[in-house]
Design a protein around this ligand. Structure first.
Ligand SMILES: NC(=O)c1ccc[n+]([C@@H]2O[C@H](COP(=O)([O-])OP(=O)(O)OC[C@H]3O[C@@H](n4cnc5c(N)ncnc54)[C@H](OP(=O)(O)O)[C@@H]3O)[C@@H](O)[C@H]2O)c1
Length: 317
């Protein structure tokens, strides 16, 4: 099968199109014919070999050489065979999900049956492949970790990127009071996705406008905002939730008002998301679609850092 392979850590040009052996599913896995995949922050971390989270990312990606030579966690495609212990899916099912191990930047990918669900029927594979990692990240932070309530005022910081576009829509399922912070050319998109208020961070510092929120959800990370910088913008019991594990992992153990977490991608959450997608309450925004052979270009595009939504990778042309 064709796959994009990287033999060493480095810039996007380490990604090369090659012929490799088709993988075989383990007992609890599905073999998926990949129709589409996407690019996520973790792909970039794995490809570059960056040591983050006290070396945990090196442990996952490999120390000197990549452990797994194929990247890609998100997938949308068709089940072509199943392992002996698989009970939830069968050959021919159209599914979407994200693996715990990479490998979806290829024509076939083996993935645990527990991290996929039936694909939303009203989406193309390219659209569906942009959902699992980032939407489950937003869901884990806002709902599993914090249970946003009807009365909550929620601010989403970084409301235009992959996690951010889903954070707006997931918060909006529970409360009308959603404020989105993003740059100028993405303000209209944030409103269309359900934000009641929008703040252009290039013109206004939300921490200085006197407003307070019950939840501030940082969907950017990289310490662009911190609990300390947002403290005056949080109500009495307000909570600061961040996708940035590195800066607050230890602080969040000792403070009820700081929350950081690993995203949970599983069938249950993907089923919930699919139901909202099919009901027209959640959608994706695909800024650009690349072919599998153009993956290096897609990584370069992602790394510019100002996406309007997601990048999709089309595998079946
Ligand atoms: N904890 C977890 O389990 C988990 C899981 C997945 C992802 N993550 C993390 O989540 C973060 C976001 O991932 P993503 O895929 O959504 O990234 P993304 O699509 O690249 O989005 C990042 C967004 O950040 C905004 N941004 C950049 N600089 C900014 C600044 N100075 N101030 C405000 N906004 C700024 C950009 O919007 P503008 O164009 O408007 O500037 C961009 O749309 C990453 O740090 C990733 O590592 C964590």
């Amino acid at each position: 099968m064709k796959a994009i392979v990287y033999e060493e850590f480095g810039p996007p040009d380490v990604l090369k199109l090659m012929d490799v052996e088709k993988p075989l599913p383990k007992d609890n896995e599905l073999l998926i014919k990949v129709h589409a995949t996407s690019v996520n922050a973790l792909d970039i971390i794995f490809r570059s070999g960056a040591s983050l989270l006290y070396g945990v990312t090196k442990l996952m990606a490999g120390f000197k050489k990549p452990k797994s030579k194929i990247l890609g966690f998100d997938v949308s495609g068709e089940v072509v065979s199943v392992g002996n212990d698989v009970t939830k899916f069968k050959k021919g099912d159209l599914v979407y999900g994200a693996g715990q191990n990479p490998g979806a930047n290829s024509e076939y990918y083996c993935i645990s049956e527990n991290t996929v669900a039936l694909k939303p029927s009203n989406m193309s594979h390219e659209e569906a492949a942009t959902i699992p990692d980032v939407a489950c990240t937003a869901y884990t932070g806002l709902i599993d970790k914090n249970s946003v309530k009807e009365t909550d005022k929620v601010l989403i910081y970084g409301a235009s990127g992959g996690v951010g576009i889903f954070a707006i829509q997931i918060a909006k399922l529970f409360t009308n009071e959603v404020t989105a912070v993003c740059s100028t050319d993405k303000l209209d998109q944030a409103k269309e996705l359900g934000a009641k208020e929008v703040i252009d961070y290039t013109k206004e510092d939300f921490t200085k406008n006197g407003q307070t929120y019950d939840v501030i959800f940082d969907a950017v990370g990289r310490k662009k905002i911190t609990f300390k910088s947002c403290k005056n913008s949080l109500g009495n019991n307000g909570i600061f939730i961040t996708v940035d594990l590195e800066s607050v992992l230890f602080k969040s153990i000792f403070s009820k008002r700081i929350s950081s977490y690993f995203a949970k991608v599983d069938t249950e959450r993907l089923d919930i998301l699919r139901n909202h997608i099919e009901a027209g309450k959640i959608r994706t925004v695909v800024e650009k679609t690349f072919l599998l052979s153009e993956l290096a270009e897609a990584h370069k595009y992602y790394e510019k850092g100002h996406l309007k939504g997601k990048i999709a990778i089309k595998v079946v042309e």
